[in-house]
Design a protein around this ligand. Structure first.
Ligand SMILES: [Zn+2]
Length: 138
């Protein structure tokens, strides 16, 4: 995707991710975002979080299966989302170290401590020199 591109989430994807965040709390929810056109997220796949509280690490097998389903739908993976129950939309130091790909968007979904609303979604993109710039999420 081009640098600095704004992304849009379909209402269905947004509601589905919020529901996942709520269900997974107080643990962090993690998943893939996908679509047919860059910048337009029309699908998501939940991943299994195998990390402890206040962290996420996607189970490799669940990621393999999720990527296969996305490919079978003719869609492309455009990035990850994960949640921060009781937190903000900024990437943590660990988040930054895991976010290696410069062609993906990293979404952070902030929620209440129990995964309840209000939800805020921040988007981030990594540059080749390792800087993170915000992406507009509409
Ligand atoms: Zn995080």
């Amino acid at each position: 995707m081009p640098e600095g591109l704004a992304i849009t989430l379909s209402g269905e994807v947004r509601r589905g991710i919020h529901e996942h965040v709520r269900r997974e709390a107080p643990r962090e929810a993690v998943g893939l975002i996908a679509g047919a056109e860059p910048g337009h997220i029309t699908a998501f796949e939940e991943l299994k979080n195998v990390a402890g509280p206040l962290a996420f690490f996607a189970d490799s097998y669940s990621q393999f299966k999720a990527e296969k389903r996305i490919k079978e739908l003719g869609l492309t993976v455009f990035g990850y989302y994960h949640s921060h129950p009781g937190g903000g939309v900024e990437l943590s130091a660990d988040d930054r170290s895991f976010a290696r790909r410069t062609d993906w968007v990293y979404l952070v979904v902030a929620a209440g401590w129990h995964g309840e609303p209000p939800y805020r979604i921040g988007g981030w993109r990594r540059s080749v020199d390792g800087e993170f710039t915000p992406v507009t999420v509409a």
